[in-house]
Write a protein that binds this ligand. Sequence first.
Ligand code: HEM
Ligand SMILES: [Cu+2]
Length: 545
Amino acid sequence: MESVKSFYETPSPAGFTGIWSWLITFDHKRIALMYLYAILFWFILAVLLGGVIRLELMFEGKTFLRPELYNSAFTLHGVIMIFLFIIPALPAVFGNFFLPIQIGTDDVYFPKLNLLSWYLYMAGGVVAVVSLFSDGFPDTGWTFYVPFSISTNTNVSTAVFAAFILGFSSMLTGLNFITTIHKMRAKTMGWLQLPLFTWSLYATAWVQLLATPVVTITLVLVMIERYFNVGLFDPSRGGDPILYQHLFWMYSHPAVYIMILPGMGVISEIIPVFARKSIFGYKAIVASSLAIAIAGSLVWAHHMYTSGMSDTAVFVFSLLTFVVAIPSAIKVFSWVATLYKGAIEMTPPLFLSLCFIYLFSVGGLTGLVLGAPGPNIHVHDTHFVVAHFHCTMFGGTGFAFFAALHYWWPKMFGRMYDFKKAYIAAVLVTGGFMFHYVPMFILGLQGMPRRYFDYLPQYAPGNFFAGFGALFMIAGIGLMMVNLFASLARQRTVPPDPWGGVTLEWTVPSPPPLHNFEKDPDIPDYPYDFSKIVAAGSGSRPKGA
Ligand code: HEM
Ligand SMILES: [Cu+2]
């Protein structure tokens, strides 16, 4: 049988060749890969910056960075990680590549708008680079709090303008995904036949569309203040600096769900495949995705318990914070219940998903500690908070990104990576992670403030220890990337279904053809029915290259 040409061999629109068949493409799969390469560039740069600030903290006193440079380094690390890696990573790469295939169609609803979103993403990155020069990168922290972000003479305006542009890339991607899921599902695919990754992207897209405008306006206000000095945040002229914090977190807390919801969707895809068992609580997981998107928009002020808010407000936001933890817990319970008595087959994607469940749970549980006003006020702005959000964002979304890379890599490229190296890399990153962030939880409880380039002598042992954790993590991330990209030098040997998956992407060739399906796909009544796979047995599955 003549093998089907993959999308690599069939540019769309036709006629463009070489680099132009990528820079001018309306194919969701090519756009996804262009995001992947750009996002990995930024991720690795920000990881190295994380290593730089950690190395500075490894020894007391000045190691090699001046204090101002340390401030710019952690600001740059945070801004890149948040706006150029963790927010776009899963929707823009794996959402773009797999959402149309999972719903049985050939592309997103607005292919040209999809390409525009990618160019806006790239433009945002370029503007962020520009802000490194002349007056130097901002030293405000990624939160750009006023009044310091108004008064400091570093390149705040350029950096917030970069975030402003990136906001539009995120909003347009959300708009595209909502329209695609409503308008382009296969005729026979109902809402309760949608895979859970697609559902997680749907809930995420609404947050992208409704919450992002808040931060784009807020960033415009910072630029207006810096250029025209209107006094919006100046109490002596009727303004209020706390207003900025409310506006900033009204986006940035829902933004953590733009980060984690697609990650949870990835884990809901991987766990049933390697447990060879239908997912536990499909409808509960769908409902909890939507509940998180809605309730997650009501808790923003839990970042501001020390801002002088009334006790009533603190009580209300604390209560709501506990409420939003419930749907997340439902998902963790469902994943563990799916594994329970499953015919588990360990593979790198499953191993990374188990690491996600552990690290994200540590992040979630310390989130409850921070949701309670008492402990929150004690550890606010310490390294306990820094360790917490690295567990949720890095341990959560970062590890879901690693799991998605290892799960869908054979489908995207038609090649398999080395399993042994994948496991070694995963153990290095996870082990290094615990070595790095557990000491930071303890240092934070002992009162070590964040965002200082030096510290009191009693914090020296913990910081020295954490330094080794960062080195292991970075070595593991390096090995992981080398192992994946090394596979591209091999022949395309991967069959349509290397893992025994049951969602539609495992019914098309690896890599897929331009229009994904040669004929209308058969839509299973239920998206996670493993009865056929189990009956067929798992003998033939490849065990890594
Ligand atoms: C090798 C990996 C990483 C290392 C070694 C690292 C290290 C650090 C350290 C030491 C700080 C605290 C700086 C301070 O307050 O003085 C920090 C802050 C931060 N990190 Fe990471 N990090 C890593 C990965 C990540 C990832 C994957 C994310 C993505 C979500 C992330 C997001 C942030 C943010 C947002 C801040 C706050 C910056 C600020 O205070 O404005 N980091 N990181
Ligand atoms: Cu929050």
